[in-house]
Design a protein around this ligand. Sequence first.
Ligand code: PRP
Length: 182
Amino acid sequence: MNVKYDVLVSASEISEKIMELGVELTELYAGEEVVVIPLLRGAFMFAADLIRVMDVPVRVEFLGAASYGAETVSSGEVRLTLDTSFPLHDKNVLIVEDIVDTGLTLAYIQKLLKSRNPRSIRSVVLLDKPSRRLVEADLHRTLFTIPDKFVVGYGLDGPGGFWRNLPDIVALREETENTHSE
Ligand code: PRP
């Protein structure tokens, strides 16, 4: 396999920012319980690291959303692939998202969860690609703003659903994108 990529955000930079966010959220939710909801699949790694540095009572629920299908360009259509199983009424909901690109996925999920009347709802986002935004979503905190490059790693997949297990966030070079999709 001829893998060529450029590291955009290293594992240590990610870890440092998550520590800071954990401290902030611990203060913000002091004395309260939080339902943390990672959006599957891309946010699973970010959420796993984040909840371990949140020193408040945390429940974890999962939501599955997909907008890209097998393509690297958004289809513009958001599908719910998994719903929560715990009532969110009067709960502090913290949505954990890996990347906001067009904003369609997060805006859709925020609207859905708001309709369940939580006490509060916030979204924390690992990567923000503002140049691609089509609809606005409410972002409580974003850890990194990145250019319009196709990025993989640290939970984010690439061609064929691979690359999620890379510890860094990387931009695949053109030749790798085109050759590794089995
Ligand atoms: C990706 C990513 C976000 C969404 C962002 O999910 O994880 O949820 O797209 O794009 P948007 O802002 O244009 O909506 P994807 O559909 O690839 O599913 P995955 O998380 O299972 O990889």
